[in-house]
Design a protein around this ligand. Structure first.
Ligand SMILES: [Mg+2]
Length: 280
């Protein structure tokens, strides 16, 4: 079903069913999500990548950063005395390639890889035992689901079905069977049109805590911006430290404020940077 973006035009003659129209009217009747305040100098800003900073594409390898984003992030990181980190399920090297020439502090693979300082050493948590067998079985499951796309990130594997949304039920059932036989050292978490195998206990909240323990970050107000279930641990940890959770779209629970989509996130960041420049 077509869901209207916030502020988009709804044409009642474009083929929706009566039920679709009723749902669309309900969507439009909901109170608009509160927009967040502008970024403040005492913040430590944690930004998810896909679906938050960058628009989601049909396949993860087709995602691109829009012009001007690297410059905006560089300016914001300066204004925040370096307290800006990208926290993603992607590998750190992929985060860096997508955001080049901006060099972020970053946590990748849900907190399994870290670049604590831009240009610093890449740190990796050790792989749990049983990884090879868990990977083999996840890959075998993907092979039995033609139309899905397997993204191999080493320590984590993601199974995408964005290009075949009609497979959602079949993929969900296969993942459920896989989960029942998964060793406790691993978990499968649902993301947007994807499921991800990862070592249990890794999550974006841990990444936030690790940055917040650094000199220069300690005492700042953590603000986490994210768009799906894998960001909810980041939200919870930010709020537990007196910070703010900002959801993108409607999905992640526990948000204090919401922005409609990645374009709105980029616009909010750009306007915050302009505010900083005018304050100087
Ligand atoms: Mg995301």
């Amino acid at each position: 079903m077509r869901r209207p973006a916030i502020g988009s035009h709804y044409d009642p003659d474009d083929g929706d069913t009566i039920q679709d129209r009723a749902r669309i009217v309900n969507d439009l009747a909901r109170p608009a999500p509160a927009a967040p305040p502008m970024v403040a100098r005492d913040w430590a800003l944690f930004l998810d990548l896909d679906g938050t900073l960058l628009d989601i594409a049909a396949r993860p390898d087709l995602v691109q950063a829009p012009r001007g984003l690297a410059r905006c992030l560089t300016g914001l990181a300066d204004a925040l005395s370096g307290r800006l980190a990208v926290v993603s399920g992607r590998r750190v090297e992929v985060i860096e390639r997508l955001l080049a020439p901006y060099r972020p502090a970053a946590a990748g693979l849900h907190g399994a890889e870290y670049r604590m300082h831009p240009g610093g050493a890449l740190e990796r948590v050790p792989a749990p035992s049983g990884l090879i067998e868990a990977r083999r079985r996840f890959r075998a499951m993907a092979m039995r689901l033609p139309g899905t796309l397997l993204e191999d990130k080493g320590l984590c594997l993601a199974l995408h079905f964005r290009t075949a949304p009609d497979l959602a039920g079949k993929v969900g059932a296969a993942v459920e069977r896989f989960r029942r036989r998964l060793p406790p050292a691993f978990e499968v978490i649902g993301a947007k049109m994807a499921y991800e195998l990862r070592p249990r206990g890794l999550h974006k909240g841990l990444a936030l805590q690790r940055f917040m323990a650094l000199a220069g970050w300690r005492g700042a107000r953590p603000v986490f911006v994210g768009d799906d279930r894998t960001d909810e641990d980041g939200f919870a940890c930010a709020r537990a430290l007196g910070g703010i959770a900002i959801g993108v779209g409607t999905e992640p629970a526990g948000a204090c404020f919401r922005l409609a989509d990645p374009a709105s996130v980029r616009d909010w960041l750009a306007r915050s940077l302009t505010n900083f420049a005018e304050d100087r």
